[in-house]
Ligand binder design. Sequence first.
Ligand SMILES: *[C@@H]1O[C@H](CO)[C@@H](O)[C@H](O)[C@H]1NC(C)=O
Ligand SMILES: *[C@@H]1O[C@H](CO)[C@@H](O)[C@H](O)[C@H]1NC(C)=O
Ligand SMILES: *[C@@H]1O[C@H](CO)[C@@H](O)[C@H](O)[C@H]1NC(C)=O
Ligand SMILES: *[C@@H]1O[C@H](CO)[C@@H](O)[C@H](O)[C@H]1NC(C)=O
Ligand SMILES: *[C@@H]1O[C@H](CO)[C@@H](O)[C@H](O)[C@H]1NC(C)=O
Ligand SMILES: *[C@@H]1O[C@H](CO)[C@@H](O)[C@H](O)[C@H]1NC(C)=O
Ligand SMILES: *[C@@H]1O[C@H](CO)[C@@H](O)[C@H](O)[C@H]1NC(C)=O
Ligand SMILES: *[C@@H]1O[C@H](CO)[C@@H](O)[C@H](O)[C@H]1NC(C)=O
Length: 673
Amino acid sequence: MLKITSLACLSLFVLRCIGQTASGLVPKKYLSLPLGTIKPAGWLSDQLKVQAAGLAGHEHEFYNYVSDSDWTGGTSAYSDIEEAGSYWFNGLVPTGVLAEDAAIKNQTQSFLDYVLDHQDSTGWIGPEVNTTKPRYLWGRYLFLLGAIQVVEADPSQADRVVGAIWKFVQLANTMLNNNNEGLEEWAEARWMEFALTLQWLYENYPNGQEDLLINMMQKLKSTGSPWEDIFAEANFPKSATDGMTSPFGDLSWHGVNIAEALKSFAVSYRFTQNSTELDVASAAWDIVFQYHGRPSGSFAADEFLAGLEAVRGSELCMVVETMFSCVLTLLVAMVVSRWRRGSYLYQVIGDLKYADRVERITYNALPATLTGNMWSRQYLQQQNQVAAKNMNPDPFPRDGSYSNVFGLEPNYPCCTVNHPQGWPKFVSNAFVVTSDQSSLVHVYLGPYSVNTTLSDNNHVAVTVDTLYPFSDTLTTTVTADKPFTYYIRIPSWTSNGTVSVNDSAVQAVSPSNGLQSVAVAAGTTKITLNLPAEITTEERPHGAIAVHRGALNYAFDIPRNQTVLAQNAQQPLAVDLQFDATAAWQYAINPSTLTFHVGTPEGGKLPSPVFDSGLSPFTISVSACPINWALAGDTFTAAPPQSPACIGSPVNITLSPYGTTRLRISEFPVYSA
Ligand SMILES: *[C@@H]1O[C@H](CO)[C@@H](O)[C@H](O)[C@H]1NC(C)=O
Ligand SMILES: *[C@@H]1O[C@H](CO)[C@@H](O)[C@H](O)[C@H]1NC(C)=O
Ligand SMILES: *[C@@H]1O[C@H](CO)[C@@H](O)[C@H](O)[C@H]1NC(C)=O
Ligand SMILES: *[C@@H]1O[C@H](CO)[C@@H](O)[C@H](O)[C@H]1NC(C)=O
Ligand SMILES: *[C@@H]1O[C@H](CO)[C@@H](O)[C@H](O)[C@H]1NC(C)=O
Ligand SMILES: *[C@@H]1O[C@H](CO)[C@@H](O)[C@H](O)[C@H]1NC(C)=O
Ligand SMILES: *[C@@H]1O[C@H](CO)[C@@H](O)[C@H](O)[C@H]1NC(C)=O
Ligand SMILES: *[C@@H]1O[C@H](CO)[C@@H](O)[C@H](O)[C@H]1NC(C)=O
């Protein structure tokens, strides 16, 4: 059987599978745990509850795109491809499970039941059933990702859900073979989202149809956007794309498509078995961030790739999709085996730059672009953002002037229905298991509890007690039936990190490929990690700098007042908010004076919600002098002035974690005393 050939080839490691005719799916070296196995604890549990109590957890009660009981998906042109309900489902299934919110779980179950009960005899799912509406595949892909999570969290539903997925997949296969029926430009750009479901079926419910699944993956890739060419050095735009024309069509430089496509090589590698794709993946990640990257961890695209200027926008959908692509790339990149000095070395773990980036985006760009209570969200966030309001002139050439308002659906509705996947998918991927299932790896640092069974029937329960990223200390308690090796990722920014097991002598961490291993014994083992970091500065355009320490980017939190621009008639908490600066923000800083401060949170707990002004126990102080720094419109800054003159005496200002700021300067001009 073809599949066996390929597995054998891979398990030997000494063979390169490139060029071999075998088909099949490269197994993942690291496995995800089913949704619900990893639970958020401490402040992170609170964050999920804030999301459940906010717009994400309530929009189905009043928001037209997702409140229709028959999943008609609203009435505007936006609903042509019928993605709204599907997006919502994909993010709310894990929100309900991880926030342990019975009402949300009930709602996602009702939605699932409705959709499956109305699947038509051909296998089609969605609001087109019994209508003459054209049938596009794309809007279904997110529904399928949500349905997979339902099965993981509640295996008792597997028969029914997997049966329905298979029926749809058979229909989709027929459609693809019928002159690519059901594909349009969004489906072509985002082909890998469907391949994920096909790979999940292959691994869990192949029904003897492995060849059909592999053929479909190949078909989707071959009809998909040519991402390898789009990301190639020779073609990739090195600046804002305003006024430029992509040789691959407009959607190839579309921010959310880029964010999703960043995982395409890892997804593709699994069925092409061409490990060069992992190098292409790594280069694609690098080129995006080199030319469009943000200190917040995200990149800039105010609809289309937008370069490095601090007032250009990063879309919320793009933030959560980049996180998800990063999570998946890491899982696959971990299997990479490479040629080194005449022999094939098995690399236990791939490039942990992906994991560092997931943390940066999650702890900076994601919380910054919603209000603390998560009821209002932006479409676009700016790294330097001195006002959030209807902009005139508009700094975003191809997005609306209302894009950085915090509200229900500024600019487009997509981020209202798509943002909920961010936090829960971060949590549900925070630990992975080695493919032999003997070890557990803590990848994304924060407070959690995990209870699972490893190989050899080894029952393991882990709790991680920490305020991280608002603390450097993590206390992990592992209770195991039998000894095993526990791994913890040590972020690349760690400096002088230490580990202590069972309160024994404190030792310097000694990570191998980014992972610290701890030999855990039977019984209860306590692991204490201290992971400090130096303050670092990042060079930005115009001689400006950004300030980081550990996972957090630091910004000057501009004092603000707020104006309610709109309020939903049914849900008064769903407000559109304008923020205006009420104090000066025109400062240059002296980087030699950057000083880190640790406050003591009351009762040892972070406030709820934590991502708002003045709530972080971590701050950085710096000497700053007032400068002339013009606005470029009424509501956004000109580029940071280079080597500005001080126009007043230096003062001491406080920088706060970017994710706690709504108005901010994060790319600062520099002066030296
Ligand atoms: C569950 O959902 C159904 C259908 O929407 C609704 O009638 C019922 O009241 C809900 N129950 C709870 C506990 O929310
Ligand atoms: C579609 O319409 C047919 C004929 O009216 C009906 O029998 C069938 O139940 C409908 N299917 C769904 C899923 O509503
Ligand atoms: C392997 O992948 C690389 C990068 O996508 C591609 O250029 C090359 O043609 C592929 N090789 C084969 C044998 O398909
Ligand atoms: C882990 O789960 C098992 C089975 O559900 C349960 O018996 C056990 O008490 C749990 N352990 C911890 C530490 O939560
Ligand atoms: C840590 O101490 C506990 C209690 O004495 C013991 O059961 C466990 O095996 C120890 N772990 C290690 C790694 O020594
Ligand atoms: C790391 O240790 C060196 C040498 O003791 C010290 O100078 C530096 O400040 C320490 N850095 C951190 C982040 O603790
Ligand atoms: C907010 O502050 C600005 C600047 O001081 C002021 O012009 C504006 O009137 C204030 N708005 C509100 C709603 O207080
Ligand atoms: C700046 O402010 C911080 C926080 O209030 C304080 O700890 C620090 O000593 C101040 N630095 C100077 C130079 O005044």
